[in-house]
Structure formats: C-alpha cells, structure tokens
Design a protein around this ligand. Structure first.
Ligand code: KG4
Ligand code: ZN
Length: 340
C-alpha cells in the first residue's frame, strides 16, 4: 500500500508544506518571512500574521509541484510544537480543517523529532542514499534547541544532554547581534569566519561535566570583551570582523564537539548524525568529518535544504507515525513546549 502525507510546518518564521509518498519526497515548498529582518529577531505577532497569508498558497504549490491531487492525500501531519504558539496555531488549524474536510487522519508532530528524522527523507532521484542505522546519536543544533539524543528507532528517542540556557543557534545569533550583524547571524558568521583566524582571540569554555551544554556565559564574555575593545578603538569590530567571527565560531563548535565525543564514548555508539539549522555551519561539518576519521564514526550530515526548518521533515515523521497508526484527535492543541 502506498501512503501519501501532506506535511505542514509553521513553528517559527518559515511557512512550509511538503508532500511525501512512502519515503520519497515529492515536494517541499518553503516561504521564509522577510518581515522580521528590521527587528533583529522573530516578532511572534508578525510571524503568525505572515503564516496566515502564506499557508494556502504554500500548500497549493506543494500539491502542484508534487503533481498530487488533494484527494490522494492519506493523512495530514503538522508541527504540534515546540515553537511560537500563535504560529503553531495557524498550521494546526489549517491541518485540522484539511483533514476534517477530507475525512483523513490528523498527525501532530514534534518539531525536534522531525529535525532528527530529516535524515530519512529520500529524494527519488537519489534512492540509494545512506541513512543512519539504529541506534544512532544525533546532535540537534538549532536556533531554539541544543540536544544530544540516542535514537533507538524512528519514534523512540532519549535526550541524554541538552543546553541549560541558550541554544547553539542563539549563541551565533546573539554574538552576531553584538557585532552589529543582521538576524539570523549564523550564516554570516560562517561566511566571515572562512577569511579569519580562529585563534586570534580566545574565550573560555563552560566547565560542565555532564553531557549538558551552556552558552550564556560565552555570550556575556564576548559582549564584555567587545565593549572593552570598542572603548579604546571604535573601529575595532569592523577592522577585526573576520577574526572575531572565526574565533567565536571556533569556540562554539569546540564546545559542541567536546560533548559529542563524550556522548559517543559514554554510549559506545559510533553512528553519528547532526541536524538543525546550525548543522549547516561549515566548521561544524568539517569538525564532524575530522572526528569521524579519528574515532571511526559513520557520520550523517543532512543536505542543506533539510537542516533549517522545512515541512519535508514533518511529512517524513508523519509517514512513520502513520505506519504505527499514531493519530491525533481533532481536539489536539499546539504546545509551545512539547517534550518527546
Ligand atoms: O533549525 P532552524 O532553522 O530553526 C529552529 O528550529 O530554530 O535553525 C535556525 C538557526 C539560527 O540560529 C541560524 O543562525 C542558524 O540556525 N544557522 C547557522 C547557519 N545556518 C543557519 N548557524 C551557523 N552557521 C550557519 N551556516
Ligand atoms: Zn527547527
């Protein structure tokens, strides 16, 4: 039996819809909201309004691109949380209306599980893609979360370490903000860092023995460091931007990798995946490759279009939930915080 899933993602500032048939991706449409740029961060009220404007055209385009009629959709999967409540409401209301009108199952998806399962999205033109074998370790690094997870099966995951304050993406974005870079600063820091010296400036790393992360101390240290330097030389940031980006990126990535190595040693798992927006970072990818060679890991790095928020990851998670008949009632509510 073939299963066709419509996936909807609206947890933050991207409205996205995707069609997946069995494990194969038929379409993945993403409309990124530009409206937040002027504010240096996502404005929740503006995000939900933009989702409302985008959702129908985005779903329409996803169906057209997939060449699938809405009568062929077997279930609707949507992001139930975590995320911005107003934004999640738009996606969940749309999903409910669609499922109700077609009398098909509704599947609420955890956004973080979906980031991890993005490794299982198969492009029909590359059917032989290698996917992680269970159990594997996944380092999920996004704008809102930083987690180390043991993935025992598609829907059987255990968090073994996570941030106690800021997420890795926030560490990038907030460091960028104090340097005057536009939001989100992660990709820009990545670009500038390529031309800088990662050892030009050094910042202390947090001393946490467990598998948990912390980034807020680094953010504060960076802010005070810049404040002192700018006091003596107002052009300090502009003149040292590349070295600053390279050094702060080096420190963030070093913190991320130290715990990943520790998690692999503690669990004995050598199947290693990364996921989430920060997995797009070139130094993260470079370091994971280097560590793979040193530690005999099999590594899985998602394709760029599946690292940042997208509905394809929601649809593939919906597919695996459909197979296990994990459906939701129509009174299911979105949750800003949603454990798995
Ligand atoms: O997973 P994602 O799209 O959204 C959330 O669920 O949060 O992640 C967005 C985060 C932002 O903090 C952004 O700055 C960061 O991913 N990011 C990067 C890069 N591309 C995106 N950080 C560092 N280097 C990149 N190349
Ligand atoms: Zn995300």
């Amino acid at each position: 039996m073939s299963v066709t899933i419509l996936g909807i993602e609206s947890s933050c500032d991207d409205t996205s819809a995707s069609v997946i048939r069995d494990k194969y991706l038929y379409s993945n449409i993403i409309s990124s909201q530009e409206v937040h740029k002027a504010y240096g961060g996502v404005v929740p009220e503006l995000a939900s309004r933009a989702h409302q404007q985008n959702i129908i055209p985005v779903v329409d385009q996803a169906l057209k691109r997939a060449n699938v009629d809405k009568e062929e959709i077997d279930a609707v999967a949507f992001t139930r949380g975590p995320g911005l409540l107003g934004s999640l409401m738009v996606g969940s209301s749309f999903a409910k209306a669609f499922a109700l009108s077609r009398n098909i199952p509704l599947i609420g998806v955890n956004h973080l599980q979906a980031h991890i399962l993005s490794h299982f999205i198969i492009d029909p033109t590359k059917p032989d893609k290698e996917v992680p074998a269970f159990p594997f370790l996944c380092l999920l690094i996004s704008g809102g979360h930083t987690q180390l997870t043991i993935v025992r099966d598609y829907l059987d995951m255990e968090i073994i370490g996570q941030t106690i304050d800021d997420a890795a993406g926030e560490a990038f974005d907030k460091s960028g903000k104090v340097m005057g870079l536009p939001y989100p600063a992660g990709p820009r820091i990545d670009k500038e860092a390529k031309k800088g010296n990662p050892h030009a400036f050094s910042f202390t790393k947090p001393k946490i023995e467990s598998l948990d992360y912390s980034f807020s101390g680094l953010k504060t240290a960076f802010l005070y460091f810049l404040r002192d330097k700018v006091k003596n030389d107002k052009d300090f940031i502009r003149e040292n931007l590349q070295d600053l980006c390279a050094s702060i990126q080096y420190t963030i990535v070093d913190i991320l990798m130290e715990k990943l190595v520790l998690a692999s040693k503690k669990t004995g798992i050598k199947e290693i995946a990364i996921a989430g927006g920060v997995a797009a970072n070139s130094q993260v990818k470079g370091m994971v490759k280097q560590l793979a060679a040193e530690n005999n890991w099999n590594i899985y790095i998602p394709e760029l279009q599946y690292t940042t928020d997208n509905a394809a990851m929601i649809a593939i998670t919906g597919y695996y939930k459909f197979i296990q008949e994990q459906f939701d009632d129509f009174d299911v509510t979105p949750q800003a915080r949603l454990p798995y």
